[in-house]
Design a protein around this ligand. Structure first.
Ligand code: PFF
Length: 459
């Protein structure tokens, strides 16, 4: 029962600490690895415009709802939703929104750690000079060599999960806050230096043309669905991270203003990542629509040829690793908070137990790239399935349930109490978005799948 569990959680020490942590959660592999290649495939500026509309039209309203739910419940996501549902005399079944969060975050972190491991491996190879031999004809083979090297990626998976566990075990103020207040400024500094360097040595004019002149011929329903999915993933929505972080926000902090700051910073970083990557891509005549390999296969070819490129490459992969770490801690937090509350286990033990379980599931992803690469079902390898299930089903489903619960099932007065700093107009507009626009858009995703037969494997 939600009332019988204790809520031992500390609050963030300040609004800034919370904003840093939430931006740290939002800014991750999604911004620097995924966004540029999705924009590259989806018609550059056209994708960016659709993406922006989703971030601010759908993502921000859902983020406000998720933060409000977390703060009102002041517990881990499943218990927070259950508690609020009880207060509102609604069915405890609504807590499924919190469960989707905890379970989805568990699944996402299992593969996120492995991909983060690739970036750390590339970082070491770049700084040590091993990437200097990369050319267009051998870069893909090099990437495959890394991912097929079972013990190498296992080692990085262990290291990355180990660091994540160590941070979360130290608690909100001693772990999460300390980590983000050190890492976020470093992240911004590296990113800005890379952008400056890249615009200077690369093809800035072509980059601006690419990002500002929309090419609508590349856009179809799939691009639209992908942009919505990417907006959710990038903003860390519906996986319990934002709800868990919301639970630790002091009452006097404006959640709506915070959501705009977080979404603005997240989008800014995605665009800056594009400005760091595309000038180099165009300068060296590489393919902007290269897909998931853009950062690992295409870009290193340029690093190998550029003046000081190996150092720049090392800095780039370090940036990616830091961004991934501050997101990973937000993916472990919901489970750890729940274990502490509901099972009465200490934070250190919860972090180790939860983290090790996630690590074990992550072995499925590690093996998907080598020994088990032929073991495929439904969407592909184990990694493909976990990625698809979380990104394309659990996140939109979780977002839909949150929007419906907060928009339609919570009393207006309770919601208003959490969002008391909003103007009447802002509040009304937000409620309309949350009640009508968000559920419709999220349902569209499922309708889109049904049409394309994606769920049945032929999409
Ligand atoms: N927002 C992170 C990224 O863009 O890489 C990924 C993520 C973190 C998704 C936390 C969901 C989450 F709960």
């Amino acid at each position: 029962m939600a009332d019988s569990v204790k809520a031992p959680h500390e609050n963030w020490s300040s609004r800034t600490a919370f904003i840093f942590a939430a931006i740290g959660s939002a800014v991750g592999l999604g911004n620097i690895w995924k966004f540029p290649f999705e924009a590259g495939e989806g018609g550059g500026g056209a994708f960016v415009l659709i993406y922006l509309a989703f971030v601010f039209g759908i993502g921000v309203p859902v983020m406000i709802a998720e933060l409000a739910l977390g703060r009102r419940g002041h517990m881990s996501p499943p218990n927070a939703v259950k508690k609020v549902a009880q207060q509102e005399s609604r069915s405890p079944l609504w807590s499924v929104a919190g469960w989707i969060g905890v379970i989805g975050a568990f699944m996402v972190l299992s593969f996120y750690s492995v991909i983060a491991g690739f970036t750390l491996s590339y970082m070491v190879d770049s700084f040590s000079g091993s990437l200097s031999s990369l050319r267009p004809d051998n870069s893909e083979a090099y990437f495959n060599g890394v991912t097929q090297n079972f013990s190498l990626i296992l080692a990085w998976h262990i290291i990355f999960m180990g660091i994540t566990i160590a941070v979360v075990a130290r608690g909100i103020r001693g772990g999460l806050e300390k980590a983000v207040t050190w890492l976020m400024p470093v992240l911004f500094a590296i990113l800005l230096l890379l952008v400056a360097y890249s615009l200077y040595v690369g093809d800035a004019a072509e980059t601006f043309r690419f990002l500002l002149e929309p090419d609508w011929t590349e856009v179809d329903l799939e691009t639209v669905i992908q942009a919505l999915g990417q907006a959710f993933f990038s903003l860390s929505l519906a996986l319990g991270a934002i709800m868990a972080y919301g639970a630790y926000v002091p009452k006097d902090v404006s959640l709506s203003r915070s959501a705009f700051i977080i979404a603005g910073a997240d989008t800014g970083v995605a665009i800056l990542a594009g400005l760091a990557i595309f000038p180099i891509v165009f300068q060296y005549g590489l393919e902007p629509g290269a897909g998931p390999g853009l950062v690992f296969i295409t870009l290193p070819i340029a690093f190998a040829q550029m003046p000081g490129g190996l150092f720049v490459g090392g800095a780039f992969f370090l940036l990616l690793g830091i961004a991934a770490l501050t997101s990973a801690i937000s993916l472990l937090e919901p489970l750890v908070a729940w274990l502490e509350e509901s099972k009465g286990i200490s934070r250190v033990q919860s972090a180790i137990g939860g983290g090790v379980s996630i690590f074990i599931l992550g072995m499925g992803t590690v093996l998907s790239f080598n020994h088990w690469s032929d073991f495929t079902f439904w969407r592909g390898t184990i990694f493909d399935n976990i990625d698809f299930l979380t990104n394309n089903i659990m996140m939109p489903m979780g977002g839909l349930i949150i929007a419906l619960f907060v928009g339609w099932r919570m009393r207006r007065i309770s919601v208003r109490d959490e969002l008391s700093t909003m103007s009447d107009f802002g509040f009304r507009l937000w409620l309309i978005m949350l009640r009508y626009v968000c559920p419709l858009a999220l349902m569209l995703i499922f309708v889109g799948y049904a049409f394309k037969g994606v769920l049945f494997g032929d999409g």
